[in-house]
Each structure stands twice: as structure tokens, then as C-alpha cells.
Design a protein around this ligand. Structure first.
Ligand code: HEC
Length: 196
């Protein structure tokens, strides 16, 4: 009887503890969005019609496409989240914002890190469903991709995002390339890869 009681108290305590960590300390709109607005919108914004490399940071629905396995933001996984080395210019990544612009302060970088560690919450987006739905290609071999102008690049296929193909070039940069700008063989290749 006593033993059962102790066991029960223990379970109750454990359950309580599991609930305690509670709500995230970082709020996207209040803490994260202003950082993107200050440092990124100049070149990555729907509002300003600037979509360098296909990335925008002022449209939450589109930003949500950058969240998930193999994307630049992997919730609760700082190691896999390229966004951090990108804003630090670390791991051989081209630094964002590029040279000549004010880099992020260490406090701003910490805010982004905490936001990712807490699950990269976005208003109105079900991140858990997003994580489950994002397919990550298993085999990643660099392939040749040619666009309609006949320009070719070598890149790994990282997934599809609506009408965009996610391609990573050999220097580690990710591009969202409009599927319709690839030549026929390229479009076919992308569709085949997406089905794997
Ligand atoms: C002055 C313009 C400019 C600003 C400001 C800027 N970027 Fe970029 N960004 C670019 C350009 C240009 C590219 C395409 C890469 C290239 O060819 O140099 C790019 C590419 C990227 C990429 C994809 C390439 C990669 O490294 O995987 C990401 C992600 C990115 N930027 C994120 C950001 C973030 C986050 C910010 C703000 C902290 C930012 N950028 C601010 C111009 C800018």
C-alpha cells in the first residue's frame, strides 16, 4: 500500500515536471521578425520584391517552408540549422547579410538560436505537422542541372517547395530555383528525385 502510494507520488511528480518547461521565451513576432526586418528584408522580402536565392523572410507562410528536416531551420536542432552558420559566416558559409551591411549582434544571434531550440514557432503554423510532412531525399549525389538559357550547375537535390526546386551547390549554398526555369531534362530530373 505504502509502496503503491510512493510510486503514485513519483509518477505525479514526474508528470508535473514534464509540464513545467512551459511556454517558449522567444516570440516570433516580437523578437525574431524585427531581426529579419532589420538585417534581411533589403534583399529577401515579398514586400520589397527582392527574393535573393529564392528566400524571403517577411512572409510567414513562405518562411515556414524553410522549416523542417534538411531545411535552413530545423526545430530544436541547432547543429542542423544552417541559418545560424549563415548569419555568423561560419562553416564556410557565405555570411548574411553580405559584406558591407551591419552583421547581426551576438544578442541577435542568441535570440535566433533560442527560437530554434524552443521549436522555431511561427504564428499560425503547425510546426509538428510541418516536420512530419517535410520529406528529405535519402541519396544526395551532385547532379547537373541546366536552365532554359543553357547554363549548367552541379548541385544536390534537397527537395521541392511548391514550384521551386531546392538545390545545394558544391560550396554549400542553397538556392530555390523555379522549376519552370529548368530545361525539360532538369524538370524531369527534379520530379524523379521528388518521388524517391
Ligand atoms: C544586401 C543583400 C542581402 C541581405 C541584406 C541579405 N542577403 Fe541573404 N542573400 C543575398 C544574395 C545575393 C544571396 C544569393 C547568394 C549569392 O549568390 O551570393 C543570398 C542568399 C541567402 C541564402 C541562401 C544561400 C545559403 O547561404 O544557403 C540564405 C539562407 C540567406 N541569404 C539568408 C539571409 C538572412 C537570414 C539575412 C539576414 C540576416 C540575409 N540573407 C540578408 C543577399 C542578401
Amino acid at each position: 500500500m505504502i509502496r503503491a502510494f510512493i510510486a503514485l507520488t513519483f509518477i505525479a511528480a514526474a508528470t508535473l515536471h514534464a509540464q513545467l518547461p512551459g511556454s517558449p521565451t522567444i516570440d516570433f513576432k516580437k523578437h525574431v521578425q524585427p531581426i529579419f526586418a532589420k538585417h534581411c528584408y533589403d534583399c529577401h522580402s515579398v514586400g520589397k520584391k527582392k527574393e535573393k536565392a529564392g528566400f524571403v523572410f517577411d512572409d510567414v507562410k513562405r518562411l515556414a517552408n524553410d522549416v523542417g528536416p534538411g531545411r535552413i531551420i530545423v526545430p530544436k536542432d541547432l547543429e542542423q540549422s544552417d541559418l545560424i552558420p549563415i548569419v555568423m559566416g561560419a562553416n564556410g558559409k557565405k555570411m548574411m547579410p553580405p559584406e558591407g551591411k551591419d552583421p547581426l549582434s551576438s544578442k541577435e544571434i542568441e535570440t535566433l538560436k533560442t527560437w530554434i531550440e524552443e521549436g522555431a514557432n511561427l504564428p499560425g503554423i503547425d510546426i509538428a505537422a510541418k516536420m512530419a510532412a517535410t520529406k528529405r531525399p535519402k541519396v544526395k549525389t551532385p547532379m547537373n542541372w541546366t536552365n532554359k538559357e543553357g547554363k549548367a550547375i552541379k548541385a544536390t537535390f534537397e527537395g521541392m517547395e511548391g514550384e521551386f526546386v531546392l538545390l545545394r551547390t558544391e560550396n554549400g549554398q542553397l538556392y530555390k530555383y523555379p522549376l519552370s526555369n529548368l530545361n525539360m531534362a532538369g524538370q524531369f530530373q527534379a520530379k524523379m528525385q521528388a518521388e524517391q
